[in-house]
Write a protein that binds this ligand. Structure first.
Ligand SMILES: Nc1ncnc2c1ncn2[C@@H]1O[C@H](COP(=O)(O)OP(=O)(O)OP(=O)(O)O)[C@@H](O)[C@H]1O
Ligand SMILES: [Mg+2]
Length: 139
């Protein structure tokens, strides 16, 4: 259970210790659940500048430098598809509103689902979808 942005940060601090830098992270959850806030927390946990993180709803893709390499941030809310073949494997790909079957790229896929219970209460469900069971040791 997550009751604050602080706790969200704690969650991503734990997760980031397990990341190798080539994962595809799928961020699921309703509007306002905290998907963009999660990318902020992820970038900060990886030693990047969280202030660079903003919603790529209109830019389609943002890139952030971190100590574990680039984080590519996508928001596919208004799109049916975004071609990631050129970026996948070159950094962490974080996708809000994922649209396709990401296991086809043969890089680790982690699903993070945020369920907004009320304004300040969220549940986070982490699923190692594909070749990413190693993250379970970080929780
Ligand atoms: N764990 C949390 N505790 C407190 N506030 C939070 C938490 N997570 C997110 N928020 C706040 O909720 C608001 C919406 O978050 P955010 O923009 O990350 O949602 P989103 O899932 O990306 O929405 P969208 O579907 O529109 O992209 C922001 O103001 C954010 O700071
Ligand atoms: Mg968002």
């Amino acid at each position: 259970m997550i009751n604050s942005l602080n706790q969200l940060q704690q969650f991503f601090n734990n997760l980031s210790k397990c990341l190798k830098g080539d994962e595809i992270i799928l961020l699921k959850g309703n509007l306002g659940a905290g998907k963009t806030a999660s990318v902020k927390a992820l970038v900060k946990a990886l030693g990047g500048d969280e202030n660079e993180v903003s919603s790529p709803t209109f830019t389609l893709m943002n890139e952030y430098d971190t100590k574990k390499g680039t984080v590519y941030h996508l928001d596919l809310y208004r799109l049916d598809f975004f071609d990631i073949t050129d970026i996948v494997g070159n950094g962490i790909v974080a996708v809000e509103w994922p649209k396709e079957d990401y296991t086809q790229y043969d890089f680790p896929v982690i699903e993070i689902e945020i369920i907004l219970l009320d304004e300040n209460k969220r549940e986070i469900i982490v699923k190692p979808v594909y070749k990413s069971d190693y993250i379970l040791s970080c929780f």
